[in-house]
Design a protein around this ligand. Structure first.
Ligand code: 3SK
Length: 519
C-alpha cells in the first residue's frame, strides 16, 4: 500500500523540522545556504515552476551545471510532484533533442552556456511549453523559442509565489528520471520513485559510507549522473551534512584545492580521476581533512587503491552501481577493503551470478552474469518495453556485468558481458589485461578491446596513456603482459594515445576504440 512521502521534503523541510535549520547544507561558488535557506529557495523555485505551467507527474528537463539553481530545481520539481530529469551537459543539440522528445518534458531549464544546444534541441518539440535560462535570455528575442515561451530564471520565480507545502506524492510516485545509454545505444529513461531516494540514503549512504551530519561531501561526478546526485544531494541532505557544488569540469588541481578550501571529509571520484590525481602528484596536505573516498563507474585498479592510501592516507571504497539501481549496490566497506574487487553486497541488496543457461552459481571461483535485487531499482525504462523485458525479471535486474565471487565473498568485475573476448577459443577478460598493464610504471591508463583480425577473429589490442614524461615501448609492454599473464591474453598490438574517449560520466567508450583500431 503506497504511503504519502515526498523526497524533496525529506531532504529539506524535514531537516529543518528536525532542528538542522541553521546548519550549512550547500557550499557553492558564491556562498553558503543553510537548511532553512535551502528549503525557502526550493519553495520559491517550486512556485516558479508551477507558474510556468508545470503540473504533477510532468517532466522538467534540466540542462545545467552543478550550482544552486540545478540543485534547487531538482528538489523543486519533486516538491510539486513533477519529475526532475537532469541531463548530461555534454550532449550535442541533436542528442539533447532525443531526450526532450522522449521525456515529453513540458519545461526545460538550462544554464546559458548551453543555449545553442538547447535552441537546437527544442525545435519542433510539441510538448514543451517553457524554456527557462538561468542567466540572460539568450534564446528567441521575441520571447519564443520554436513555439515554447522562453523566460529567465528570475522572471520564472517572479511569476509565482512560494509553494509552502509539498505536493502529496506517494513513495511510489515518480520523482526522478535519469537517462542512460551505457557506452553506446539509444538513451533510455530509468524511472525512479520518491522511495528510491530514501532507500539509497539509508542503505549505501549511512550503512556503507557511514556519512554523518558533520561530513562535507565533494564529488567529481556531477549531479546529472546517478552516482553524482547520490553523493552530492541524497546522502548529505538525508543526514544534515553539507555538500560542495562546483560548476566547472573536474581536474585534480581544482578538486584538490576545493577539498582543502572546504575541509571536505568524503571525496567521491572515478578511476579516470584517481589515475591522473596520482600521476599529478598533488600535495597530500590538500586532502588532510578527507576521512574516506569512494569510487565507482569502473573497477578501481588495486594500484590506485594503494596509491591513494599511501600518498593521501585515506581508503577508497570501490563499488559498483548503476543508473537503474540509482546508486551503489556492491561495495567495499571501511577497514575491510579487498583491493581490485568491488566488495560485498550493500545491506538491502542481494546479488546473484548466473550461468548463460540461467542457473545460479552457488560457489566461489566461477564467473557469471551479475543480477541484483534491491528496493531502489527503477520501475523500468520509460516507453521501452523491449529492453525492459530483457533487463528486469521480477525483483531481479540483469546488470550486463560479468563477475566472479571469491572465497571471501568479494565480487570482482571481469568487464561488461559484451566486452569479454574469446581469443583462440579461450575467454579473455579485458579488465584482467588492463590490470596487468597498469602495473607497468610507465602507464597512467590502459584499455583493451577486441579487434577482428583478417580472419574475423577477435584479437586483444591495448590503448595506453603514458604517465607524464614516459614513452613506453609497445614490444616491452607486450612482453610485460606475457610475463604476468597467460600468453594468450597478451595484447597483440599496443597503441599509445594522449587520452581515451570517455562518456560524460567517465566511462571508456570502448566502441570508439574498436572503430579506431579497425581503420
Ligand atoms: O557506474 C557505477 O558504478 C554507478 C555507481 C553509482 C550510480 C550510478 C552508476 C552508473
Amino acid at each position: 500500500m503506497a504511503e504519502l512521502f515526498n523526497a524533496a521534503e525529506y531532504l529539506t523541510g524535514a531537516r529543518v523540522a528536525a532542528g538542522d535549520g541553521d546548519r550549512i547544507a550547500v557550499r557553492h561558488p558564491r556562498g553558503l545556504l543553510t537548511y532553512s535557506q535551502l528549503t525557502d529557495e526550493v519553495r520559491r523555485v517550486a512556485g516558479g515552476l508551477r507558474a510556468v505551467g508545470v503540473r504533477p507527474e510532468q517532466r522538467v528537463l534540466l540542462v545545467m551545471t552543478d550550482d544552486v539553481e540545478l540543485f534547487t530545481a531538482i528538489l523543486a520539481a519533486m516538491w510539486i510532484g513533477a519529475v526532475a530529469v537532469p541531463s548530461s551537459t555534454m550532449l550535442t543539440g541533436r542528442e539533447l533533442s532525443v531526450l526532450v522528445r522522449d521525456s515529453r518534458a513540458t519545461a526545460l531549464v538550462g544554464s546559458p552556456e548551453f543555449a545553442d544546444n538547447i535552441a537546437a534541441a527544442v525545435a519542433g518539440a510539441p510538448d514543451l511549453t517553457r524554456v527557462v535560462l538561468t542567466g540572460e535570455n539568450a534564446l528567441g528575442s521575441d520571447g519564443l523559442v520554436d513555439g515554447a515561451r522562453s523566460t529567465t530564471w528570475d522572471e520564472m520565480i517572479a511569476e509565482g509565489s512560494p509553494v509552502e507545502i509539498p505536493y502529496r506524492t506517494w513513495d511510489e510516485s515518480h520523482a526522478l528520471w535519469l537517462y542512460t545509454s551505457g557506452t553506446t545505444g539509444k538513451p533510455k529513461g530509468a524511472m525512479h520513485r520518491h522511495a528510491d531516494i530514501r532507500s539509497v540514503a539509508e542503505t549505501y549512504g549511512t550503512q556503507v559510507l557511514g556519512i554523518d551530519r558533520d561530513d562535507v561531501c565533494l564529488s567529481v561526478a556531477k549531479l546529472f549522473f546517478a552516482y553524482g546526485i547520490g553523493n552530492s544531494m541524497f546522502f548529505p541532505l538525508a543526514v544534515g551534512a553539507s555538500v560542495v557544488l562546483e560548476p566547472s569540469r573536474p581536474n585534480p588541481d581544482l578538486y584538490s584545492r576545493l577539498a582543502a578550501e572546504h575541509s571536505a571529509t568524503l571525496f567521491f571520484a572515478v578511476p579516470s580521476f584517481w589515475g591522473p590525481l596520482l600521476a599529478a602528484e598533488v600535495d597530500p596536505a590538500r586532502f588532510a581533512s578527507v576521512r574516506r573516498g569512494a569510487s565507482a563507474g569502473e573497477a578501481l585498479p588495486a594500484r590506485m587503491f594503494h596509491g591513494v592510501r599511501d600518498r593521501y592516507g585515506f581508503e577508497v571504497l570501490d563499488g559498483i552501481g548503476s543508473t537503474e539501481a540509482l546508486h551503489i549496490f556492491i561495495s567495499n566497506v571501511p577497514g575491510k577493503v579487498v583491493p581490485g574487487s568491488s566488495g560485498f553486497p550493500v545491506p538491502g541488496y542481494e546479488a546473484q551470478l548466473r550461468r548463460s543457461d540461467g542457473t545460479v552459481i552457488d560457489g566461489a571461483g566461477e564467473s557469471g552474469m551479475l543480477y541484483i535485487s534491491g528496493d531502489s531499482i527503477c520501475t523500468g525504462y520509460w516507453c521501452r518495453t523491449d529492453v525492459n523485458r530483457l533487463v528486469f525479471h521480477g525483483e531481479w535486474m540483469r546488470t550486463g556485468d560479468q563477475y566472479i565471487r571469491g572465497e571471501d565473498g568479494a565480487y570482482t568485475c571481469l568487464g561488461r558481458a559484451d566486452d569479454v573476448l574469446k581469443v583462440g577459443g579461450l575467454w579473455v577478460s579485458p579488465s584482467e589485461v588492463e590490470v596487468r598493464l597498469l602495473e607497468h610504471p610507465a602507464l597512467a591508463e590502459a584499455v583493451v578491446v577486441g579487434v577482428p583480425d583478417d580472419d574475423g577473429l577477435d584479437k586483444p589490442i591495448a590503448f595506453v596513456v603514458p604517465r607524464p614524461g614516459q614513452a613506453p615501448d609497445a614490444d616491452e609492454l607486450i612482453a610485460f603482459c606475457r610475463a604476468g599473464l597467460a600468453a594468450f591474453k597478451r595484447p597483440r598490438a599496443v597503441v599509445t594515445v594522449e587520452e581515451l574517449p570517455k562518456t560524460a560520466t567517465g566511462k571508456i567508450q570502448r566502441f570508439r576504440l574498436r572503430e579506431q583500431a579497425a581503420l
